[in-house]
Design a protein around this ligand. Structure first.
Ligand SMILES: CC(C)(COP(=O)(O)OP(=O)(O)OC[C@H]1O[C@@H](n2cnc3c(N)ncnc32)[C@H](O)[C@@H]1OP(=O)(O)O)[C@@H](O)C(=O)NCCC(=O)NCCS
Length: 205
């Protein structure tokens, strides 16, 4: 339960990403991904170094969680990675894996880039709150993410929150990745009483 760890949550914009915040995110990333192949492929210092530029991307959204002492214990962020169809690199590979017929899952969709909670605070509901709060605020109609296909507990976490498998591909890494998509309009409808659905804000995409 969230109450077990007495955590508070906040939205963070580019202007609030000062060096101490970036350093705290780097620390949480390092510990959270220590047991995952993702931590070796994307070292925490590289993710931290890219963060100021990520924060300038269209549609950037971030949520953080802090414990009672103010220590950062979790974060989640993403942005719109496909304002137009990619022609090269990792993005092209991802689009090819999803396929032309399903490109709508990437087209101006929210790319859920990074999501991590300190191992000592995991499994107490903090990740769920970060996930839901972040995606509730996103303007796009769809979201996508990539995670290691073999990390079954993580896959189950996303399955239970409505994410669907779009494709499996190694994306040049040598191990299979699950590319997953979430229909945010349907997810918001599920999260609110049916009588409120007529008053949902219009989405951009
Ligand atoms: C994925 C991650 C962010 C989830 O964070 P978290 O704070 O552990 O998430 P939660 O506690 O909300 O939920 C995780 C699971 O813990 C369990 N859980 C939740 N509350 C619980 C509680 N009070 N007691 C025991 N277990 C609990 C549940 O199984 C829950 O899954 P479910 O709600 O789908 O049943 C975290 O595991 C992490 O940082 N992993 C490493 C980095 C990573 O893989 N990031 C994602 C990259 S794509």
């Amino acid at each position: 339960m969230v109450g077990h760890v007495n955590v508070s949550y906040a939205a963070i914009d580019a202007a609030q990403l000062d060096s101490s915040m970036v350093a705290a995110i780097e620390g949480v990333h390092r510990l959270a991904f220590a047991a995952s192949i993702v931590g070796r492929e994307y070292p925490a210092e590289e993710v931290a170094a890219a963060l100021p530029a990520d924060a300038e991307q269209p549609g950037f959204c971030m949520r953080i969680a802090r414990d009672r002492s103010g220590r950062l214990v979790g974060f989640a962020f993403g942005y719109m990675d496909f304002p137009e169809p990619p022609t090269a690199g990792w993005s092209k590979r991802l689009a090819d894996a999803v396929g032309e017929d399903h490109y709508e899952w990437l087209d101006r969709a929210f790319g859920f880039a990074w999501f991590a909670v300190l191992p000592s605070v995991q499994k107490r509901g903090v990740g769920s709150v970060l996930h839901d709060a972040l995606l509730a605020d996103v303007a796009s109609a769809r979201a996508w993410l990539v995670c290691p296909a073999h990390e079954t507990e993580l896959r189950a976490f996303y399955d239970r929150r409505g994410w669907q498998l779009l494709a499996t591909d190694d994306l040049g890494t040598g191990t299979d990745r699950a590319i997953m998509g979430l229909d945010l309009v349907a997810a918001r409808r599920r999260a609110r009483p049916a009588t409120m659905s007529a008053h949902l804000p219009r989405t951009r995409a």
